[in-house]
Design a protein around this ligand. Structure first.
Ligand SMILES: C[S@@+](CC[C@H](N)C(=O)[O-])C[C@H]1O[C@@H](n2cnc3c(N)ncnc32)[C@H](O)[C@@H]1O
Length: 274
C-alpha cells in the first residue's frame, strides 16, 4: 500500500528541472556547507531525498577520493535525470523505510526533504541504525525566514509570500500549522531521540552581476514555476500588476535587470547525533 505523502511525492512524479536549477544556483553555498562538515577521509555519506543529485555530486567532490556517497530518492525521474557524476551511487527507495545494512554511514544529509514525509520523526528514528558509531544526521532547509526579492518594495515581497503560501496550502490541502512545522528542524531531531550538535542559518545572497545559474533559478524556477497562475487568485491589486511588471522580461521594471537587484534567502543546517 502506498504511504501517505503530504506533498504528493510519488515514484513517477518529477520536478527535476526545478531541482537542477536550485542546485546550480545554491552550489557555492552548498559547497561551503559541505566543507564545514569536517568530513574524514573515506567517509560514507547518504543523501536522503537527493533529487537530481546536484548537491550529492558536490558532496562527493568535497568528500574526496576514497569516500562513498550514495544518493537516495523516491522519484525515478529525478534519479534518471541525475547529474551527480560517476562517484555517486543512486538508489530508489522511500526515505521512511531505508534499505541499508546497519552501521553503513557516517553521515546522513537531507536537504529540503523531511517535510515531504508523513512522519519525519519516525523516519529519523528509523534512519539511526544505518549510522556508524559517532555518525550524524544533518538536516538542511532553505527559506525558514522570509526571502527578499524586491529590495525596493517590501509590501510586494510580503504580499507575494502570503499569496505563495496560500496557493501552496490550497494545492496540497494543508493548514497553516502544517507549513509552519517545516521550521522545526531542532525539534524533529530531538523528537527522534538525537542530541542537537549544531545549528546554523546562513544566507544565500545575490546582487548584480547575476550568473546564468542565478538567472535561470529566479526566472524559471521561482517566477515561472512557483509564482504562476495558480498563485494570482491569492494576490490582489496593486500587487498583482506590480508582480507582473517585476517578473516580465519585456517590462522596463524587470527585476533581474535592475542594478539594485538584491536577493536574500536563508539556508539552515542542523546536525544531530545519536
Ligand atoms: C524539495 S526536493 C529536495 C531535493 C534536494 N535535496 C535539494 O535540496 O535540491 C525533495 C526531494 O525528496 C524526494 N522525496 C520526497 N518524498 C520522499 C520519500 N518518501 N522518500 C525519498 N525521497 C523523497 C523528492 O522526490 C525530491 O527529490
Amino acid at each position: 500500500m502506498a504511504s501517505f505523502r503530504p506533498l504528493h511525492d510519488a515514484p513517477d512524479r518529477s520536478y527535476a528541472d526545478k531541482l537542477e536549477r536550485f542546485g546550480r544556483f545554491a552550489a557555492p553555498e552548498l559547497k561551503r556547507i559541505f566543507e564545514g562538515l569536517g568530513l574524514a577521509p573515506g567517509v560514507r555519506v547518504l543523501d536522503v531525498g537527493c533529487g537530481v543529485g546536484v548537491s550529492t555530486g558536490i558532496l562527493a567532490e568535497v568528500a574526496g577520493d576514497g569516500a562513498q556517497v550514495v544518493g537516495l530518492d523516491l522519484s525515478l525521474p529525478h534519479l534518471r535525470n541525475a547529474t551527480a557524476g560517476p562517484k555517486v551511487a543512486l538508489v530508489q527507495a522511500d526515505a521512511a523505510a531505508l534499505c541499508f545494512r546497519d552501521r553503513s554511514f557516517d553521515l546522513i544529509w537531507s536537504c529540503n526533504t523531511v517535510h515531504h514525509l508523513a512522519d519525519p520523526v519516525a523516519a529519523l528514528r528509523a534512519m539511526q541504525p544505518a549510522l556508524r558509531a559517532g555518525g550524524r544526521i544533518v538536516l538542511a532547509q532553505s527559506g525558514l525566514l522570509p526571502e527578499m526579492y524586491f529590495a525596493w518594495d517590501a509590501p510586494l515581497d510580503d504580499a507575494v509570500r502570503r499569496a505563495c503560501h496560500e496557493s501552496y496550502r490550497a494545492r496540497y490541502g494543508l493548514a497553516s500549522a502544517n507549513i509552519a512545522s517545516v521550521r522545526g528542524l531542532v525539534g524533529l531531531l530531538q523528537g527522534a531521540g538525537m542530541r542537537v550538535e549544531s545549528v546554523h542559518t546562513g544566507a544565500i545572497e545575490r546582487v548584480q552581476p547575476l550568473s546564468a545559474a542565478d538567472r535561470a533559478y529566479f526566472a524559471e524556477t521561482v517566477f515561472a514555476g512557483y509564482w504562476d497562475e495558480r498563485m494570482t487568485p491569492y494576490l490582489e491589486e496593486p500587487y498583482r500588476s506590480a508582480l507582473r511588471r517585476n517578473v516580465d522580461p519585456s517590462s522596463r521594471d524587470y527585476c533581474l535587470d535592475r542594478d539594485d537587484f538584491h536577493h536574500v534567502q536563508t539556508m539552515t543546517v542542523c546536525a544531530g547525533s545519536a
